[in-house]
Design a protein around this ligand. Structure first.
Ligand SMILES: *Cc1c(COP(=O)(O)O)cnc(C)c1O
Length: 422
């Protein structure tokens, strides 16, 4: 079957033909290619089209598709183990590697997705502090957990959904919204509700309203105010962990969160997530403490093997981060130059290998309100042009594009030469 035929069939059996909304490409009004195979920086669809992939499964594929070491580790595990729901050595390898190589992680709990990691971290923060309110930032996305589906980024922003039907008011009455990169907006909430605030959750480099790095003043301010009020600082590094640097965004801003959430890259292409932090906090989790969180498939041996192979490969080849940063820099500078030549107003935000070209008249994009000024129709035309040229980029203005270890200088130049014809 070919792309269109499969997608038409998919729509009969699954809402919108997809299992996650952005994949449907609805806001750019084309049918998404149906992907058959990946190899390195390339993906191939059912019609035989070859794309250079700048989505990378929305972040996880930093080593490229079907990395030989990750595939080898998965195959070796599959021969012996699929799932036991029991302790395995594969969990030890990954958990110990994470604790030993990351900062601010004394213990971890494995889960199956980023959503699960953030909702569990928030529950732990509430259980530990015995407080209920959580501050999140407009435009930040932490998964599809009820309490966070207010002014969220990613698909919620792309589809212009203000909140979500199905989320009762009671689920969000303890969610307070502050403005990203505006520490005063956070202090104001603390002045009003300080005694009831369990924690602040933030993407230290936002990726789900397009890429917007948190300023170091902002992130340091969050640390200060949380410490002052006895609230926990939760860094959602589901996207940025092992991406903007091996040790994540917290190593760039040098701010130590109390809890950190991971997913995406740490699963090596399989469904995975984790949260971790200070021992004193983590020991409140059941079975040691009273905060209950569980999962039949959590710590699955095949997933653990994929994650371990990915993280050890990254850790043993840290020069990868210099390489993808350099490619990112070339791409950013090139896009800025082309936009200038063509008289297109464009702001390109980047942190290492994750970036977003914002089609806005503004001089800088620092928060959700800024991001919303973008000309999404123009972005849509840009998307159509690029995908016709074989460049698989996000169908939404409000997502990141990613560069991985298998991309080459030539592929970045190719992207720019196609953009030059836009
Ligand atoms: C992707 C993402 C999530 C959700 O992760 P899922 O695995 O899709 O549930 C949460 N937080 C951030 C910052 C993300 O980028």
């Amino acid at each position: 079957m070919r792309n269109l035929e499969i997608f038409e069939e998919l729509k009969k059996y699954m809402p919108g033909g997809v299992n996650s909304p952005v994949r449907a490409f609805r806001n750019v009004t084309i049918n998404p290619p149906v992907i058959k195979k990946g190899e390195g920086s390339h993906i191939f669809d059912e019609d035989g089209n070859d794309y250079i992939d700048f989505i990378g499964s929305w972040g996880p594929m930093i080593l490229g598709h079907n990395d030989e070491d990750v595939v080898k580790a998965i195959k070796a595990m599959v021969d012996n183990a699929l799932s036991f729901g029991a302790p395995t050595e594969s969990e030890l390898l990954l958990a110990r590697h994470m604790v030993n190589t990351l900062d601010n992680i004394d213990m971890v709990r494995m889960v199956n997705s980023g959503t699960e990691a953030t909702m569990s971290a928030v529950k732990l923060a509430r259980g530990y502090t015995k407080k209920d309110k959580i501050i999140k930032f407009a435009g930040c996305y932490h998964g599809h957990f009820d309490g966070f589906l207010v002014e969220a980024g990613s698909g919620v922003l792309t589809e212009r959904i203000p909140g979500s039907p199905g989320v009762p008011k009671s689920s969000i009455e303890n969610t307070l919204i502050a403005e990203y990169n505006n520490i005063e907006s956070v202090r104001e909430l603390f002045r009003k509700y300080g005694e009831d605030i369990a924690g602040v959750i933030v993407e230290p480099v936002a990726g789900n309203m397009g890429v917007i790095p948190g300023t170091s003043e902002f992130l340091k301010g969050l640390r200060e105010v949380c410490t002052e009020f006895g609230s926990l600082l939760i860094f959602d590094e589901v996207m940025t962990g092992f991406r903007v640097a091996y040790k994540g965004a917290q190593s760039l801003c040098k701010v130590a969160p109390d809890l950190t959430t991971y997913a995406k890259i740490m699963g090596g292409g399989l469904p995975c997530g984790a949260y971790g932090g200070k021992r004193e906090i983590m020991e409140n989790l059941s079975p040691m403490g009273p905060v209950y969180q569980a999962g039949t498939m959590s710590g699955n041996p095949v997933v653990m093997a994929a994650g371990y192979a990915t993280l050890t490969k990254l850790y043993n080849n840290l020069n990868i981060y210099n390489y993808i940063d350099k490619l990112g820099n070339t791409l950013q500078k090139g896009m800025e130059e082309i936009a200038k030549e063509k008289g297109i107003s464009l702001v390109v935000n980047r942190c290492g290998s994750m970036m977003t070209p914002f089609f806005t008249e503004l001089k800088a994009v620092n928060n959700y309100e800024d991001a919303k000024t973008c000309d999404t129709a123009l972005y849509g035309r840009f998307f159509h042009h690029m995908i016709k040229g074989g460049m698989y980029i996000s169908p939404s203005q409000f997502e990141a594009m990613f560069i991985g270890a298998k991309h080459s200088e030539e592929e970045i130049e190719k992207f720019l030469s196609i953009m030059r014809k836009f």
